[in-house]
Design a protein around this ligand. Structure first.
Ligand SMILES: [Fe+2]
Length: 325
């Protein structure tokens, strides 16, 4: 081998080794550190009736619990110290048939507060390995749904309801939260095409302090009728905030028809409705990595319309990454 060719080969080897090392370190960080960087996000949303008093809502989503996820269980349980007025769980609690007790260890202290829930695909069916290239590059509508074995969502539902939480799967409820009347409604998981909005369609009580919609996956076909019926706010999960985000670019995918810019956090949907998407607290056990997207719960302070500058600006005030532990 002549010396010029030898130098080119050595340089290429060094570059390859450096790239592999950076990739390895990034993967180790995404799997070992960021995946457990439990984070509380805070946002203030001007969605209440003008004479209402502020409400503090804790939004939990996408636990994807395995029995051995003990630090997640401890952290989620500690959120009861926030003493929210209402807890909303937007689904994907389970990643294993034996994980119901673990989910209840995490949510146990929160079950003492008023709560609402709907389920997602990872409550009904266990996870299955997926081709990451198809996940990243294939359009949602072309992707085939792959189900694992059925999960014991009925046990979870029974435990939630025993503590007074409301199952909003194709149901509309009027309830009193912190002395104020709210109307809440939800649909079954749009990701599985289980949603039948027609079952809850109609204008909710115009005199309520809040009209709240919940759905696991924030599919536009569900958000649009919530907005046209006059809901103030819809809470959703499912996107995992993209799970792997590129700094300066954001989420690569939302795993649904929602645009990438709304993969995590609060945004307007139409003229009068707000959408809040939780980046969630878990991952599929077959892709246990997060990057620039720590697992999160969200504490939403709902305030009357017109009471913050963000109402006029059409932007939320969203403080990223407030770790409580
Ligand atoms: Fe999920």
């Amino acid at each position: 081998m002549n010396s010029a060719r030898h130098r080119r080969t050595s340089t290429a080897r060094r570059l390859f080794a450096a790239t592999a090392a950076v990739g390895g370190v990034t993967l180790a960080y995404a799997a070992g550190i960021e995946r457990k960087r439990w984070t509380l996000r805070a946002a203030e949303l001007p969605v209440l009736a003008r004479d209402a008093r502020p409400l503090r809502v804790l939004h939990i989503s996408d636990l994807h619990m395995l029995p051995g996820h003990t630090s997640k269980q401890r952290w989620v349980a500690s959120l009861a110290e926030l003493e929210p007025d209402l807890v909303v769980n937007t689904g994907d609690n389970l990643s294993h048939a034996a994980a119901v007790p673990a989910v209840l260890r995490a949510l146990g202290p929160l079950l003492n507060f008023p709560g609402l829930f709907i389920f997602g695909s990872n409550d009904y069916f266990g996870p299955k390995p997926k081709n990451p290239a198809r996940y990243l590059f294939e359009r949602e509508e072309n992707r085939k749904l792959i189900h694992g074995p059925p999960l014991p969502w009925q046990d979870l539902r029974a435990a939630f309801m025993e503590h007074g939480w409301h199952d909003l799967t194709h149901a509309r409820e009027t309830l009193t939260v912190a002395g104020q009347r709210i109307v809440a409604a939800g649909v079954d998981d749009p990701h599985l095409h289980y949603d039948r909005y027609s079952e809850i369609a109609g204008k909710p009580d115009a005199d309520a302090a809040l009209r709240l919609g919940i759905t696991h996956s924030p599919e536009p076909r569900v958000l649009d009728p919530f907005a046209s019926d006059g809901y103030d706010l819809v809470l959703a999960g499912h996107t995992h905030g993209g799970q792997l985000r590129v700094p300066g670019f954001g989420a690569l995918v939302t795993n649904c028809e929602l645009d990438r810019s709304r993969a995590r956090g609060a945004s307007r949907w139409g003229a009068d409705m707000w959408l809040h998407v939780s980046a969630g607290l878990g991952t599929s056990p077959f892709a246990p990595v997060r990057f620039a997207c720590p697992p999160e719960a969200s504490l939403l302070t709902l305030v009357p319309r017109g009471s913050t500058s963000s109402d006029e600006a059409g932007e939320s005030r969203f403080n990223a990454g407030i770790g409580v532990r």
